[in-house]
Design a binder for this molecule. Sequence first.
Ligand SMILES: [Zn+2]
Length: 446
Amino acid sequence: MAIVRRPMRAGTVAVFLLLLTFAAVAAQTANAAQSQPQAVASRNQPHSEQAYALPPDKLAQAIALNKIRVSLDFAGSLWGLIVLGLLLASGAAAWLDAFARETTRRRWLQGVLFFSILLAILALVNLPLDAMGHAASLRYRISVQSWPGWLADQGKGLAVSSGIGVPLALLSNWIVRISPRRYWLWLWMISIPLIMIAVFLAPMVLDPLFNKFEPLEKKHAALVGKLEEVVARTGTAIPPDRMFLMKASEKTNGINAYVTGIGSSKRFVMWDTTTDRMPDDEIMFIFGHESGHYVLNHIPTMLAELVVGLFFVFWACAHLAESMVRRFGERWKIGPVASRAGFLTLFFAFSIAGFLMTPVGNAVSRHYEHEADIYGQEAMHGLVPDPQKTAVSSFNHLGEAWLDDPNPNAFVEFWSYSHPSVQERAEFAEHYDPWANGGHGKFFVK
Ligand SMILES: [Zn+2]
């Protein structure tokens, strides 16, 4: 639930991991969160009237960079599916299972070996595409992270996804064995507490592995004072000890802020690039937007929707996996879904579902992001001289920092945007003034 895009890798890992550990493309999906728009042919119209406009040199960079981002995003998603399909169809999965059996007699160790190698393969085959993404990000001066630092993050990502994914795969595989008919239901049921635990722990356990955090108050006491004005208006209890500053500047020039966690781990995180490069009024807007996620209970609501959606996904994936085994089992030399190599069909089914559900998840996310935009703009009414101007200026700063495309392709936006495009958001903000003519806001009367 960020102001512009999902927070870096670690944050996304939490929710997606549990969903897609089965799919084993977790790492790649977390990276895909960086995905961005494509250039459109008719983009040489004058941009002066647009609410979000870039200077000519930045516009050219944004167009070029977004072509790369979109290509890598789609290529990465499809590549993950292709590799899994190839592992099955080539007999590699069956071979890997045989190798595990020959290596050790202990069943659980065979499983550890099988799933660790599998996750490592999937991470490695995605590495070149991820590296191309990092190279592009460096070239356009969005990332400032050195290659060794980047590689270390990749290694940590693999360690985390294996550390969680391997035991989870073993557990799931075992459940399929003991309940070959109803396993999808049990898997769905255990996914609920697991997702809650992951979302609860992520900000405290996962995020600090990738970035440094400190209380926002420590270096920005005056700013916290201003944010408290917003807090007072929203009537929420976001005490200063729930506000954190993340040292993003070691890795990126991008600007962002987000809310994460659930229950007592719920918190507001501001990147230091944001505090260093944006005026306080605009930070108040960003904070208002994030407060909106908080106040409107977006995280619990989205989790509830996810859980309901997963019920159908688990059911459908179990059926898909079983039909794959029926049709291709012999040719792929795999046993039933309960067998180790056969279980990979369930991985594969989840990857396909994860890919197909991308636009659904993003449509839901865009809806909440738009609500948070409205909330944020209303929250600073009376606190800044001109909320519309402040919001539009914020979007321009955010868009420029990330080199967001002012004219994204409609299909790309539909498929891969977790937030409405910067252009749409800026245009909405420019015209949103519910208090004109004695009216009142959607969330605030005054
Ligand atoms: Zn947001």
